[in-house]
Design a protein around this ligand. Structure first.
Ligand SMILES: *Cc1c(COP(=O)(O)O)cnc(C)c1O
Length: 220
């Protein structure tokens, strides 16, 4: 556990350094600490150190640990960073504060319905499949602007930004640059990009959120 805290502090320090070396304002990148597969006991040291922004990739797994933690620490901000099925849209709207993975019309429609029904308004990002990998979730880069427009106009969703997961075996830089360019064209301010292996590059390329798991909590 002591190790977790050290790792967390090291990541925070490295984000700050990347901000400084790239001429960005220190503190302008939000760390999303990714806690999938880790239980409350493993997460608590980071919460007790004052961290409040966390990411999970499965709705059901998050439902098992976060409601109790959110009750104890009401200012926790929970991000859904994994694929969303439309039959889980209601659960996702009820639990998450940010949903980063809108990637198709059906999900946009389900979220709009649940937001209307529950009166809860999670912040929303579109996931972009920057590598156009067939097995990976996300909207194609070339369809992103039109999709963001449809989310707004047809579903009444307020889209805040974009998220991506570059191909595992490629230099992430060009993918981060593409995401930044698409966000700029769409007039969106939030960029969720960068994980344990490449968050510094993401910060240098303008990430507003980096999602770091194993470098803090250990291997899964
Ligand atoms: C697991 C996960 C992360 C964190 O990955 P690490 O390599 O452990 O830092 C980031 N983003 C998404 C979408 C994930 O599923």
């Amino acid at each position: 556990m002591a190790k977790t805290l050290e790792h967390y502090q090291d990541i925070v320090r490295r984000i700050g350094e990347a901000e400084r070396t790239s001429g960005r304002k220190v503190g302008s990148t939000q760390l999303v600490a990714v806690t999938k597969t880790f239980d409350a006991d493993a997460i608590l040291p980071v919460i007790e150190a004052g961290h409040r922004v966390f990411g999970e990739n499965r709705v059901q797994e998050a439902q098992g640990k976060w409601p109790a933690l959110k009750e104890r620490f009401p200012d926790i901000e929970l991000h859904l960073i994994g694929p969303l099925q439309s039959n889980k849209a209601g659960d996702a709207v009820a639990l998450f504060d940010v949903i980063e993975t809108i990637d198709r019309e059906k999900i946009a429609a389900s979220l709009a319905r649940e937001i209307g029904k529950q009166g809860r308004h999670p912040r929303l990002l579109i996931q972009v499949n920057t590598g156009e990998e067939p097995q990976k979730a996300g909207i194609a880069p070339g369809e992103t602007l039109a999709f963001a427009e449809r989310c707004r106009k047809e579903h009444g969703l307020e889209i805040e930004g974009l998220m991506c997961i570059p191909p595992f075996d490629e230099n992430p830089g060009p993918h981060f640059a593409l995401l930044a360019k698409l966000a700029k064209e769409a007039g969106l301010k939030t960029l969720s990009m960068g994980m344990s292996g490449d968050f510094e590059t993401a910060v240098e390329m303008g990430a507003t959120h980096v999602r770091v798991g194993s470098a803090i909590f250990g291997q899964r």
